[in-house]
Design a protein around this ligand. Structure first.
Ligand code: 5GP
Length: 204
């Protein structure tokens, strides 16, 4: 078949949901299996959990370095989550969207609100947002405690934050009610596939 002369602007896809919703895994897996998608690695001041690597899972920064970068205007957005700073660097997003890549961002509800409020039309026009909802409270608790990487205090904080975050699911264009990993992944893929066909993203 001859090559298509159509091009497409990239999607900026915000993915939120409570801890344990599987949003990070979904974003990672999608970006690893789809050549048009990339994962935006966030910066954070939280300490790495076992096995996490700098520059792969996060850019791990001291609070001082993080705040320097805020002052330099290097972030699209940042927010304090669970007592630590998390933020998305412009360098992880802007050039990639311009290349036509779809950029996936794992982001909390405050960060998502900041991105939606951006004045830059390149960001606003490319936005898609998805909320991953646990099917019920029992499953939310199970998933939070199964991770096993946090102290009881951290777990309690995450549970409180999860309940708080879930109040915002209706601010998102799409909601995925989580069931098993494979069906969550296939629903996620369907949303992105549909969004890739929007006429407004296409040009010659
Ligand atoms: P965790 O510490 O479990 O990796 O992430 C905690 C929370 O921070 C999650 O809700 C995650 O979505 C959020 N988060 C991760 N990266 C960013 C970011 O770049 N900006 C914002 N606002 N939140 C983020």
């Amino acid at each position: 078949m001859s090559q298509s002369e159509w091009k497409r602007r990239g999607i900026l896809c915000l993915v939120s949901g409570p801890s344990g919703s599987g949003k990070t895994t979904l974003c990672r897996r999608f970006s690893e299996t789809d050549t048009d998608a990339v994962y935006a690695i966030s910066a954070t001041t939280r300490a790495p959990r076992g096995g996490e690597q700098d520059g792969i899972d996060y850019f791990f920064l001291s609070r001082e370095k993080f705040e320097d970068r805020v002052r330099n205007g290097e972030f699209i957005e940042y927010a304090e989550v669970h007592g630590n700073l998390y933020g998305t660097l412009k360098s992880e997003v802007i050039a990639r969207l311009e290349e036509g890549k779809d950029v996936l961002m794992d982001i909390d509800v405050q960060g998502a609100a900041h991105v939606r409020a951006q004045a830059d039309p390149a960001i606003r026009d490319s936005l898609v947002d998805i909320f991953i909802l646990p099917p019920n409270d029992e499953e939310l608790l199970k998933r939070l405690s199964h991770r096993g990487t946090e102290s009881q205090d951290q777990l309690d904080l995450r549970l409180r934050n999860a309940r708080e975050e879930m109040k915002y699911w209706q601010d998102y264009q799409y909601s995925v009610i989580s069931s098993d990993k494979e069906s969550d992944f296939s629903t996620f893929r369907s949303i992105i596939d549909g969004e890739r066909c929007r006429s407004t993203r296409m040009f010659k």
